[in-house]
Design a binder for this molecule. Structure first.
Ligand code: WT7
Length: 636
């Protein structure tokens, strides 16, 4: 039990009301349960116009003291991280809080020995191994700002991010395992660094033991650096005293325009929000084994594999592999093997596993499960019921958690077993979160049975503070669409009972297998192919991925071999962004439906991609309505 854990529906309503009436008092009371070097002077100051948001100003802390040091006395021997390797026959690892603190200090000293200082940006590009969590925490220990780059991104994506963050330090590994594939990581870093001469040091962890090139003066081995620290007698590494509003990390995410932006989270508010939501939504109790299947390369891994669980002294299970290897029973095998109590995964994973039938599930004992969660995209009712019946055996509440990279933690979600669940609804806001629905003009839609664009009218501690190096972009993206509101980019409805249901993005951002992809980014990548003149990318519904990418492409000449050209274009996207952004369908067209002002009418392309040929809607605003017929019939 945590002192701020809500345990009944009546209490939820009471706490929620309090959190709205007196947000400062509400969050201050929760924050008091954490370890601060110096208390804050002011709980909150905010202005959504500029925007400027400060939580716990003047307060001093270090998040790793809250995630590690403070648990040692009571739970030093509790497993902090349990690691299941990709290969089920390889040895697993269990790292207690005491051991994790030791390793974090050791690696923090490695960082210091290599010149990393408070405020420096450290980019991390690794597979899902405990050293990834150790790297994050070691950065936080010394006040360096980490920026994790998902292992699926290309060299070019890495160098864009390194340049944007001006990251002088990189932590990587030789490679990682995913299913039957071995993925090279260091060679991709080498490619990325051709365009980043400012990088001073690359620390390489050896995981797959594959030969890699090591550049003299730039690259060092993780293990050799640890040995040096050992030779120094393993000196202590006291945590750097951080201001609550000092940056903790940058995480790049896609928007509707331009290159990915670096979402910035700060130390104090983020920690409290990640912890509060973790403890309340999952109803975590000490001793529970908690398994989040996300990758630490995304916000879900930051908040709900590392900072949320560890700040709560929880046992966090980390899995290197994929749910379908060696077979589609892998996740259930892990649940059985470690007696997992809480499982947090993505609808896309469930939809993919559903297709293998229940026989693979029935081989395992899932009796330890108490709570199930989903995140990343709307969950369709079929997947919800499958999860409920076959995994939870109808005795585990399912929490459908809506949130974003920018929100730092869960915003709208039921609390497991405490507040009601409703299939495909995220249901009610977390205490302290004040959602509003607005119409196109920004007028608030009050009452129930309404749908509109989802905004927040009051700050919460975990919210983004800026986009790195470009504060104006942050203002434009999130705070300028509607006056005095944070705009999420999502459409949403509030039903007759006041429950929220997210209906999907209303901007040009797609959600493919829970990965966020900007259509503009994919178009830019496609247009880099020599034979391409112009392209337009839209989403279409996909049984497993949720959404998939449909690209309409104009070529300078009719491709001699269409199939080969499609593959070339997909390869181009892979090398520019990463394999996750490869279009699923490519249609060559002679023109795109444009308005007289030259704007592509995506609404029409979306209809065509969805196969709704008969239902295209009004095309009178088009410069050349005949284009639509050609696209529909596939005429070039
Ligand atoms: C977008 C944020 C939240 C961490 C993983 C994704 C969609 C997220 C849900 C949900 C419906 C959801 C939204 C949101 N989304 N969770 N439970 N139900 N949609 O983080 O990459 O920042 O993407 O994912 O569209 O805006 P992200």
């Amino acid at each position: 039990m945590y002192p701020y854990q809500i345990t009944s529906l009546a209490q939820y309503h009471e706490v929620y009301q309090k959190s709205i009436k007196d947000p400062e008092g509400f969050w201050a009371e929760i924050a008091a349960h954490f370890s601060w070097r110096k208390p804050w002077d002011k709980v909150l100051s905010w202005n959504f116009k500029t925007p400027e948001i400060k939580w716990f100003e003047g307060g001093k802390l270090n998040i790793t003291e809250n995630c590690l040091d403070r648990h040692i006395e009571k739970s030093g021997d509790t497993p902090a991280i349990i690691w299941e390797p990709n290969n089920p026959d390889s040895p697993t690892r269990t790292i207690t809080y005491r051991e994790l603190l030791f390793k974090v200090k050791q690696f923090a000293n490695v960082l210091k020995n290599n010149g990393v200082k408070k405020g420096d940006r450290v980019c991390i590009y690794m597979g899902m191994i405990p050293e990834l969590a150790i790297a994050l925490l070691a950065c936080a220990r010394i006040g360096a700002i980490h920026s994790v780059i998902f292992g699926g991104f290309s060299a070019r994506s890495i160098s864009d991010r390194l340049q944007d963050a001006n990251g002088e330090y990189v932590i990587t590994c030789d490679g990682s395992y995913r299913g039957n594939k071995e993925i090279a990581l260091k060679p991709i870093i080498d490619d990325a660094l051709v365009n980043c001469p400012f990088v001073k040091r690359v620390i390489v962890f050896s995981h797959t033991n594959t030969p890699v090139s090591m550049h003299k003066g730039r690259d060092v081995w993780w293990n050799e650096e640890i040995e040096k620290v050992e030779e120094q007698g393993n000196p202590d590494c006291p945590a750097e005293e951080m201001d609550a509003e000092d940056m903790l990390f940058i995480l790049y995410t896609s928007g509707s325009t331009g290159k990915p932006k670096g979402v910035v989270h700060t130390c104090g508010g983020y920690m409290i929000f990640a912890n509060y939501t973790f403890v309340n939504v999952f109803q975590y109790n000490p001793g529970d084994v908690y398994f989040c299947t996300a990758d630490i390369g995304w916000i879900t891994g930051h908040s709900y594999i590392v900072y949320g669980p560890l700040s709560a002294g929880a046992t966090s299970l980390m899995f290197e592999g994929i749910p379908t290897w060696p077979d589609a029973g892998r996740m259930w095998e892990i649940v059985d093997k470690y007696k997992v109590n809480i499982l947090y995964t993505a609808p896309t994973a469930l939809r993919s596993l559903m297709s293998y039938g229940v026989e693979v599930v029935e081989k395992y004992d899932l009796g330890s499960l108490k709570v199930l969660g989903t995140v990343g995209e709307p969950i369709n009712e079929e997947a919800w019921h499958w999860y409920n019946e076959n995994i939870g055996k109808k005795r585990c509440p399912i929490v459908d958690t809506w949130w974003q990279t920018e929100t730092g933690g869960m915003m709208i979600s039921n609390l497991a077993g405490v507040t009601p669940s409703k299939p495909s609804f995220a249901t009610l806001p977390i205490p302290g979160v004040q959602p509003v629905l607005v119409d196109e003009k920004g007028a608030e839609l009050e009452g129930n049975n309404v749908s509109g664009n989802l905004c927040m009218k009051f700050p919460w501690p975990g919210m983004l503070r800026t986009t790195y190096g470009d504060h104006e972009r942050c203002r434009l993206n999130y705070f300028s669409t509607y006056d005095n509101l944070y705009f999420t980019g999502d459409g949403c409805l509030r039903d007759e009972e006041g429950y929220y249901r997210i209906t999907g993005r209303v901007d040009d951002v797609l959600n493919v297998s829970g990965h966020r992809i900007g259509t503009a980014e994919v178009e830019n990548a496609i247009n880099m192919h020599t034979g391409v003149v112009e392209s337009a990318v839209v989403g279409f519904p996909h049984d497993i991925k949720g959404q998939a990418l449909y690209a309409f492409v104009i070529c300078s000449e009719h491709p001699r071999d269409e199939q080969l050209m499609r593959k070339d274009i997909a390869e181009t996207v892979s090398s520019v962004i990463g394999a996750i952004a490869r279009p699923d369908k490519i249609q060559f067209v002679s023109g795109l439906p444009k308005t007289r002002s030259g704007k592509i009418m995506r609404r029409i392309l979306r209809k065509i991609a969805e196969g709704e040929m008969a239902n295209i809607g009004d095309t009178t605003a088009l410069l050349d309505p005949a284009v639509v017929e050609d696209i529909k019939t596939g005429k070039l």
